[in-house]
Design a binder for this molecule. Structure first.
Ligand SMILES: [Zn+2]
Length: 69
């Protein structure tokens, strides 16, 4: 009788600490990953200033397909 190992070796959504910028406005929950932030750190939704913070986010897999060639 064989039982497959479940879960352990599958590529689950790994949570990693990610640098993001989040909007300072209380009425707006806009935020961006550091990779996509605008040069002046303004919120894409309301234009307010954004501040850096760390969030746990699922690791994004933009491995090779995205950037190669
Ligand atoms: Zn905003």
């Amino acid at each position: 009788m064989y039982f497959a190992k479940r879960g352990i070796e599958e590529p689950v959504n790994q949570m990693i600490d990610t640098t993001v910028y989040s909007c300072q406005s209380d009425s707006c929950n806009g935020w961006m990953r550091e990779d996509f932030v605008t040069p002046d750190y303004s919120c894409p939704m309301c234009g307010n200033q954004m501040v850096q913070e760390i969030r746990e986010l699922p690791k994004i897999k933009h491995d090779h397909q995205f950037y190669s060639k």
